[in-house]
Design a protein around this ligand. Structure first.
Ligand SMILES: *[C@@H]1O[C@H](CO)[C@@H](O)[C@H](O)[C@H]1NC(C)=O
Length: 478
């Protein structure tokens, strides 16, 4: 280049013509462009005088000099232009008079990234400037979806965002802003940039989780609020979907490249606020919704009078059990065969379950000692002092001496805010789950998870070992 210029210089000296000499100046640093926005590619001559009569040629030197924009003989001639630039390039003709050949490139695309050459030629002189253009594309706000629980009761979340360039980082953060490690990560590249997808398993101690996707100058973030009592309650997929549709909040832009309009940011913030309010509102409806769903799986439990302790009276329709006074009444001398409870005041439901899920409700109102849930059909019905826990085939909650407990191993005292009048029991045999609800206050009582059921399960009701309260336990069908 210098050699050619020198030659021209010599030639012009020789011919004695008065020539205009100039230097073409481009930007010193790479130009940063944001996909979808407009960008000016600066180029001018020094000293500055009009380039209106000259030839201005913009091209991609990384694409073997393919033409981006050509100005010649006082007009734009873009018939040979690269297809993807069609209609997006513009030279400002007034600026040309001031020696400014900057190119305005509108609606920047990822494919615009590359090395550009600005070449300016007069009748007697030419020079060029070469510089790089970098493109950044800000992707979509991340979307968090929940797709189930794993074996250990952890909630599976997935966060996805697309349309980023260059490749962004994705991170999960808890409510304190501490980064959590992803379970799996995936990145894909296509013409629209990079899409990323990470998954994580969340346990019950986390109440809020953020998914943040960021590049150097841009961040997009979404948060999801996790209700703690969801963990043990909602393992059936149908409920999961309905509950989580309510829970997903799409938050918007938190930090934007500095020249982005401030107001747009403000608007977004108020939408986030609004969405949060709506979310809080929706939480109040989740438990009722789930219970309504569970109640559709209600089964018709009938008590098996043949299994009842001799002191118990089971009503003819098999829907109530209470203490009877007369010991003789129930004795038929055949207890060994018919599997009556001998020590505890207990009774089983007639139906046995060995798969699927079922639900039933029991009124416990005014009874001061009760235990209910499900048991293995094969539990020991004769013994005394047998621990009522999952190990021995009992999955129950109950009340005695004024204390509500779940009879896990060891027993878990429950602090309930209201005394349940009616208890709902939900069993998912395949998932190994037994859940108890207070139906009237629409709240969760206790859940056994990750149990492994291998035998028939029967509904179980008991008034304990010693009881003088004659209020019946009633199976509710309404
Ligand atoms: C050249 O023109 C562009 C607009 O086309 C303008 O943004 C830029 O500031 C001008 N450069 C100079 C040095 O005047």
């Amino acid at each position: 280049m210098k050699f050619i210029c020198l030659m021209l210089l010599i030639i012009s000296r020789i011919t004695g013509s008065k020539s205009e000499q100039y230097e073409v100046v481009g930007p010193a640093d790479p130009v940063l462009a944001v996909a979808g926005e407009d960008v000016i590619l600066p180029c001018s001559i020094k000293p500055s005088f009009s380039v209106v009569d000259m030839r201005v040629e913009w091209s991609r030197s990384d694409l073997r000099g393919s033409p981006v924009h050509l100005y010649e003989n006082h007009e734009d001639r873009n018939t040979a232009q690269i297809q993807s630039y069609r209609g997006r390039t513009k030279l400002i003709h007034q600026e040309l008079q001031r020696g400014n050949a900057s190119l305005k490139l509108s609606a920047v695309q990822i494919s615009d990234e590359g090395r550009y050459k600005c070449f300016i030629q007069s009748k007697s002189w030419f020079d060029d400037a070469i510089f790089d253009v970098r493109v950044e594309a800000v992707g979509s706000p991340p979307v968090i979806t929940a797709d189930g629980f794993d074996r250990s009761g952890g909630l599976h979340l997935q966060c996805e965002s697309e349309g980023w360039y260059p490749e962004p980082d994705l991170e999960w953060l808890d409510s304190e802003g501490v980064s959590l490690s992803s379970e799996t990560t995936e990145t894909h590249r296509n013409t629209d940039g990079f899409s990323v997808k990470h998954t994580i398993i969340v346990h019950r101690s986390i109440d809020k989780i953020h998914c943040r996707v960021k590049m150097k100058h841009h961040v997009q973030e979404t948060e999801v609020i996790i209700l703690n009592n969801m963990f043990y309650d909602w393992r059936t997929s149908v409920i999961l979907i309905s509950v989580f549709v309510l829970l997903i909040v799409i938050a918007g832009l938190l930090f934007v490249h500095k020249y982005r309009a401030h107001r747009r940011l403000k608007d977004k913030k108020s939408t986030i606020q609004h969405e949060r309010d709506q979310l809080l509102q929706s939480q109040k409806t989740i438990i009722p919704k789930a219970l309504t769903h569970l109640r559709t799986q209600k089964v018709n439990v009938i008590l098996d009078a043949d299994s009842a302790h001799p002191r118990l009276i089971v009503s003819d329709d098999g829907k109530q059990v209470e203490l009877g006074n007369k010991l003789e009444k129930k004795m038929d001398g055949n207890e060994e065969q018919n599997g009556r409870f001998k020590e505890y005041l207990s009774v089983l439901g007639k139906d046995k379950f060995s798969s699927g899920s079922f639900y039933y409700e029991v009124q416990v109102k005014e009874q001061t000692k009760w235990f209910l849930g499900v048991v293995r059909e094969s539990i020991n019905r004769k013994g005394f002092g047998i621990g009522m826990n999952p190990q021995n085939g009992y999955w129950t909650v109950g009340l005695r001496y004024g204390i509500y407990s779940a009879y896990n191993d060891p027993p878990v005292p429950l602090s309930l805010t209201v005394n349940p009048q009616r208890v709902g029991v939900f069993v998912d045999y395949d998932e190994g789950l037994v859940s108890f609800y207070d139906v009237e206050s629409m709240s969760h009582i206790y859940t056994y998870t990750d149990q492994s059921f291998t035998e028939n399960l029967c509904p179980f009701y008991s008034l304990g070992y010693w009881n003088t309260n004659s209020t019946p336990l009633i199976i509710c069908d309404d």
